[in-house]
Design a binder for this molecule. Structure first.
Ligand SMILES: Cc1ncc(C[n+]2csc(CCOP(=O)(O)OP(=O)(O)O)c2C)c(N)n1
Ligand SMILES: [Mg+2]
Length: 331
């Protein structure tokens, strides 16, 4: 682990915020006040946090249908995201976007495209904006491995290379597009090899380890910033939740469960993995880790309560009657 104690705890804190928000969605969804499909990031938090932790504030980011972790890791406001899920005007997209269209101008999180591979060409446009601005900012375009099934993914890489744009394309490879495995869809499954064929610098890293992601992203961002040549970071991790729908496949956040899981250095849960690394390398931080695991979920739960009450008030004031509970879509 190549970081200070403060940075290690900052990374853990951000991942726990993301997990707590998504566990809140799982807990609240069936109460019918949150509507619309939700694509959770459980199991994939380290990829968002590792990359965005080493970005500058003025770097811009764009995401996909699975955008919660990217919005929060870029510095998007927790309350404004939860309000957005409830369709409130105080939401980060004024209640019009919902889960798949989070946005924050203040955090330079420039939204998300749910149409594959929409985030990739948008990242090229953002990269052109950064280049024309001339302030050294980089555009970070997140996508899944499914985006690399599509032609315009490669057109975007090519254009960024031809125009020498400062873009870091981050491909989060969870091995699945909906539920179809990568090898059933792509003849060449090494996404970084395909990126190199277009003249980009490309690296792969273990996406479960926030500190490994951070190191790889820092190196590539430095290269992109100093040469104005785009790069690809291909990360691998497991999606520990349903493709869509409020279903987690891991135990709910709990300090003792996490500490037990953290003892396994092969854990595929990025939060347990991160706690394990911290406890092995900086054991004096055990108390701080427990505080984060205990306190963050309480703060996030209070935000859900606040937004739920605001939703009920808004409906009462507007004379709206809630329709029957929505069908919960899970795939
Ligand atoms: C052009 C297009 N085709 C199909 C879909 C339906 N769709 C939504 S998410 C998804 C899977 C995406 O997989 P990946 O890019 O690997 O992201 P992940 O869901 O694994 O994070 C698909 C096929 C879509 N949104 N856009
Ligand atoms: Mg995928």
């Amino acid at each position: 682990m190549n970081v200070t104690a403060a940075v290690a705890l900052e990374c853990l804190d951000r991942m726990v915020v993301i997990r707590a928000v998504e566990e809140g969605i799982c807990a609240e969804y069936s109460h019918r006040n949150i509507r619309g499909p939700v694509h959770l990031s459980i199991g994939q938090e380290a990829m968002a946090v590792g990359v965005l932790n080493v970005c500058r504030e003025d770097d811009v980011a764009v995401s996909t249908h699975r955008d919660h972790a990217h919005y929060l890791a870029k510095g998007g406001d927790v309350g404004a995201m939860i309000d957005e899920l409830y369709g409130l005007e105080t939401g980060c997209s004024h209640g019009y976007g919902g889960s798949m269209h989070l946005f924050s101008r203040e955090a330079n999180f420039m939204g998300a495209s749910a149409v594959l591979p929409g985030s990739t060409p948008v990242a090229v446009g953002l990269g052109l904006g950064c280049k024309l601005d001339g302030r050294g900012a980089v555009a970070v375009g997140f996508s899944g491995d499914g985006a690399a099934d599509e032609g315009s993914f490669f057109e975007a890489l090519n254009l960024a290379a031809v125009l020498r744009l400062p873009v870091l394309f981050v491909c989060e490879n969870n091995g699945l597009s909906t539920n179809t495995p990568l090898a059933a869809r792509q003849a060449q499954t090494d996404i970084s090899a395909k990126a190199r064929a277009f003249g980009l610098v490309a690296e792969t890293a273990e996406g479960v380890d926030v500190f490994a992601v951070r190191d790889a992203a820092a190196g590539l961002l430095h290269q992109v910033r100093s040469t104005s040549q785009p790069a690809v970071l291909a990360l691998t991790a497991d999606r520990l939740c349903a493709h869509v729908g409020p279903v987690s496949k891991v135990a709910a956040l709990n300090p003792q469960t996490l500490l037990d899981e953290a003892a396994d250095p092969g854990s595929r849960d990025p939060i347990a993995f991160c706690v394990g690394v911290i406890l092995r390398e900086l054991p004096e931080l055990r108390g701080d880790c427990i505080d984060i695991l205990r306190e963050v979920p309480l703060k996030v739960a209070a935000e859900f309560q606040r937004a739920d009450a605001a939703f009920e008030d808004r409906n009462k004031t507007a004379g709206l009657v809630a329709p029957p509970p929505p069908k919960v879509h899970t795939v």
